[in-house]
Each structure stands twice: as C-alpha cells, then as structure tokens.
Design a binder for this molecule. Sequence first.
Ligand SMILES: Nc1ncnc2c1ncn2[C@@H]1O[C@H](COP(=O)(O)OP(=O)(O)OP(=O)(O)O)[C@@H](O)[C@H]1O
Length: 275
Amino acid sequence: MDTLVDYFSRVARYEWWIVIVELVLIGLVVYWVVDFLEGTRGERLFRGVIFILVAGVLVLNLVVERLPFDRLQFLYKGFLIAILIVAVAAFQPEIRRVLIQIGQPRIWTGSLHQLSRTVEALITAVTELSAARIGAIIVLERQVALGEFIETGVRLDARVTADLLKTIFYPGAALHDMAVVIRADRIIAARVQLPLAEAGAMDGIELGSRHRAALGITAGSDATCLVVSEETGAISVARNGRLVRNVTEAQIRSYLTSTMTATVPLVGRWLKRHG
Ligand SMILES: Nc1ncnc2c1ncn2[C@@H]1O[C@H](COP(=O)(O)OP(=O)(O)OP(=O)(O)O)[C@@H](O)[C@H]1O
C-alpha cells in the first residue's frame, strides 16, 4: 500500500499536462494496435503479451522492490528482452503488413472505367459461382507484391472477365484448384497455393483450407480475398486476416471499390466524387 501511495505522490509532482499528454498518447497507441489486430490471431497474442508485461511490472514494483530480490529483478530484465524477441517473431506477418503499408506509394495504372468494369466482373463471377456451388478463391493484390506465391501457380495475363473466372474455377478444369491472383484489371495467375492460417473455427464452424488460405494471405499482406464456399455457396471477404462471411452483393461492391480505389491516384478519386 505504501508503495502505491509513494508512486502516486511521485506522479503528483509531474506537470499535470505532461501526464495527460503521455496517457493520451499511450492510450492512442494501444487503441490503434488493438484495432489493427482486432479479430486476428495477433489480437490474442497482443493481449497475452500486455498481460505478462503489466503483471510482471506490478509484481516487481509493488513486491520485489521492497525486498532484496535483486536476482529476480535482473532475470526479469532478461525476460523482457526475450518477450520482445518472441513478439517480433510472432507478429511477423502483422509487422510486415504495417511496414509495407507505410513505405509504399499507391499505384493504379488503369482508368476509373476499367476499375468499375473489373469490380462488376468480379461480382458477377462470384455470385454466379455461388449460385452454382462452385468453390473459388480470388486474391486481389494491392501494394504488397505476391510474387513468391504467384510463382507456385500458372502465370496468366488476361483481362478480368466474369466468364474467364467462371471457366477457371469450373470443376475439373486444369486450373480450377487453388487460388486466382488479380492485379488491377488483370488475372495474373491461377492455381496459386497460398499460405494457410492456423486451423480454427468461426461462428462454431471449423474453417476448411480454402477459408484458411484466405486468412493466411490477407494476414501477411494488404490483399483482399474473395471466397466462394463449394459446400454452402456462401461468399466471404477476407481482409487484414479477418473473414466476413455471407456478404451481400452490395457489401462485395463496397469492399472491392474501397480496396481498389485506395490504389487510384487522388486526382482520379476527386474527379470521381465531383465529376
Ligand atoms: N493453400 C491453399 N491455397 C489456395 N487454395 C487452397 C489451399 N488449400 C486448399 N485450397 C483450395 O481449397 C479447396 C479445399 O477446400 P476445403 O473444402 O478444404 O475448404 P473449405 O474452406 O471448407 O471450403 P468449402 O466451403 O468450399 O468446402 C482445395 O480444393 C483448393 O482448391
């Protein structure tokens, strides 16, 4: 108790506005990290790491500092460094995504007309595949290049059309297995093997490998992924390692437009809004 009183009387000597600014900044950073990781595997890890750190600091400050447990304190410092190294390894996909988003310019070389044609072709393809219960997974590459995964598939370079997408995923067709990757308005590759996210369930349903592949590729990159379930015909959208199931046509349009307009130059976006 004395330690707590000591602590608060020390804090009370600081300039009040400095304490407030510091608390607000810490709060903003934690809020931003939790918001960024929300619903992903990283969120649980982050909560775990924060819990260990807060519990460790409290125990050390409130109990150990009062008693001559110098070796424990020394070990705790080493433990913090180990936690930092483990956290960097564990959050590798999330850290990669954030750094790439910060460091890369936005590029879209096509016109807005091409953009909306591509969006409509994708919507037609997935709704028709869904109605026919044909499984499909389509990855929309953005700023993070997906070259290492594209190499596992068959290279194509064809304009996105609904008919071509339906033909690719038609059961038994040579390229129907695995994923299609799209860059701007081109189908870049088919039969692409994506990294799988850990096994897990969503809404009580165990995720199969198609949906785990969508989570895997979107956790480690800024890509958006459309999935059509062969089993139920449900269409899902994955972004930032999160899956939204049973999306409607309007939702797909909104997801795709926001994904793709983020790569349109600002002037183009301004013209679209005011033109
Ligand atoms: N690593 C991967 N990358 C891309 N696609 C994959 C990968 N692994 C599996 N797939 C695709 O997922 C199909 C198998 O889907 P599975 O039934 O296991 O998953 P699911 O999520 O339950 O999907 P569905 O709801 O369509 O059944 C494979 O035939 C293949 O086309």
